[in-house]
Design a protein. Sequence first.
Length: 236
Amino acid sequence: MRKLDNTKALVLFSGGQDSSVTLAWALDRYKAVETIGFDYGQRHRIELTARDNVINALRREFPEWAKRLGEDTLVDAKAIRDLGETAMTHDTEIIIAENGLPTTFVPGRNLMFLVLAGALAYRRDAGVLVAGMCEVDYSGYPDCRENTLSTQIEALRLGMDADMQLKTPLMHITKAESWRLTENLGGDNLVSLINEHSHSCYLGVRAARHDWGYGCGGCPACELRAKGWREYSEGS
């Protein structure tokens, strides 16, 4: 099995709160960090702009991290949108479907993202994939669960014959705890940076500013983010 460099990390970075915290976590630990994002025809395309804004702000506000932060790659993954409608990729209602999953669930999305990230990490000799999935405060997606992801990374290891790891630092913590982690990593400056520049709203709303960030305030992503911020603020 090929030995990859485990001091190099590739972060799956959407521009959302979770992936922004995860990027900071990786920058605090690894000597070289790259990012990869995916244009999958998402309804909230504003997150693609948020990606640039977060990266630029991190480079500006955290010069030591800027030295470790390398190339950003944006991959065209719109084929998954062509496979069928979801509320994440089409203008349809966000509800709980008959199968018990929210209509924002995009079947195979995170699994495809890991395959594409793994392929890039292999070429970059990066031994660690870092992703912001969480199975505590999340929308109920089965591809965010730890057992799903551990199975997927083992398939990548075998399929590429490469010693690749997956780190998910937010897997077992709440949104409030992820804000506390953010504070521990970079103080109030990092908390303010991620609050201001990251994007979580499924509807792509940036016009409305709340204490927890921008968003419509009513979609599941906004509700989770608002709840986490409130619990974090009350516990501070």
